[in-house]
Write a protein that binds this ligand. Structure first.
Ligand code: SF4
Length: 362
């Protein structure tokens, strides 16, 4: 399972679910979007297993992305979740900060968890490197690669022109023989980064007449407390924890909702369909609502009941439904390219294809 398979699935609503296995993490990276520590919250394993237990061969996400905090703090749970997903025909990816690599060996329970998932992704950036040396991470990745594991690296810089990105990508490509895809991103102002990363400048204008679809509204996210939201924007996840989420972004809770209900809400909820097709600013504009930014239009403008009702009415017009379907088709046809163009980092997008062999094998 290659990184490009996952990125292409971004265009497919409900093709995947992101599950926060724990908010805890033994590292203390300065940019951590979840502000994780070993004292952070952790949901009962039984609740996560209950939710995954509602997947069936006929109705399940194709991909389950296990994240944290550090999911490998719960290696047995990771293994159990991955085995259950595989039983019903799905596949798993796990993203880790690789705290264990500093010790020079992979502990047995961690190794079993890595073996159980279909794709292992490592976070690498200057902040992680202060906690776990890059050389130690690459040594473990090299071992896994030589054993045939499907891998990727999620590399984060401060800005697209951060010299660190150039140096680190060259090192990773050299050490892993250009066989491991690298997804390059930049730090976002969330979690601990909020304390030092400057606020972006003011958004231009308050009306948008051009649709800018949001592909982050395609996959449900299980937050650390079990709330399920319709987007992986960390501000949305944080708003859920504070009980400040607008109705259209709240999909349910894994303690009492199963996959079928979550999937149906994600696919059928008019505002989420509209946000995926037209983007929140254009949708808010169609509803006659002012907005001061992209996600702000989603959370604030469309979170206001009057604007939400007007937007829903617009979205039910037959002509608008037809355009919505057309945009969804084009997004799907764009595959991984569409996602990388929008969310990838200029100058590094092609690294997501490293190690890809046409036909799907790595
Ligand atoms: S527009 Fe809405 S759904 Fe899309 S990323 Fe922003 S908050 Fe999430």
């Amino acid at each position: 399972m290659h990184l490009l398979d996952l990125l292409a699935a971004r265009a497919e609503p409900a093709a995947a679910v992101l599950m926060t296995v724990t908010r805890r993490c033994p590292l203390a990276c300065a940019h951590c979007s979840t502000a994780s520590s070993m004292a952070s919250e952790q949901i009962d394993a039984a609740v996560l297993k209950r939710f995954v237990g509602t997947f069936t061969p006929a109705d399940r996400p194709e991909y389950v992305l296990l994240t944290g905090g550090e999911p490998l703090l719960r290696p047995r749970l990771v293994r159990e979740l991955a085995e259950r997903v595989r039983e019903v025909g799905g596949r798993t990816q796990l993203l880790s900060g690789m705290y264990f690599a500093a010790g020079g060996r992979i502990p047995v329970p961690v190794r079993r968890a890595i073996d159980a998932v279909d794709h292992f992704a490592a976070s690498v950036d200057a902040f992680h490197e202060r906690e776990v040396p890059r050389a130690a991470v690459l040594r473990v990745l090299r071992q896994l690669l030589d054993e045939g594991k499907d891998l990727s690296v999620q590399l984060t810089g401060r800005t697209p022109d951060d010299p660190y990105l150039r140096e680190a990508t060259e090192d990773i490509r050299r050490e892993l023989d250009d066989r491991v895809p690298v997804l390059v991103t930049v730090v976002r102002r969330a979690g601990r980064a909020r304390t030092w990363l400057p606020e972006p400048g003011p958004a231009a204008g308050h009306r948008s007449t051009v649709p800018v679809p949001c592909s982050l509204a395609a996959w449900p996210v299980v937050c650390f407390d079990g709330t399920v939201v319709g987007c992986c924007n960390q501000d949305v996840v944080d708003a859920a924890a504070l009980g400040r989420l607008p109705d259209h972004l709240r999909l349910g809770h894994i303690a009492h909702d199963g996959w079928a209900a979550i999937r149906e809400r994600l696919l059928e909820r008019a505002l989420l369909r509209g946000i995926r097709a037209f983007g929140p600013r254009h949708l808010a504009s169609l509803a006659g609502a002012g907005c001061d930014g992209y996600c702000a239009a989603c959370v604030n403008a469309l979170g206001e009941p009057g604007a939400a009702a007007r937007a829903e009415a617009v979205l039910e017009r037959p002509g608008v439904r037809a355009v919505e379907r057309q945009i969804a088709r084009l997004t799907r046809e764009g595959g991984a390219e569409t996602f990388l163009r929008r969310y990838g980092t200029e100058g590094y997008r092609e690294l997501a294809a490293l190690g890809h062999v046409t036909g799907g094998a790595q």
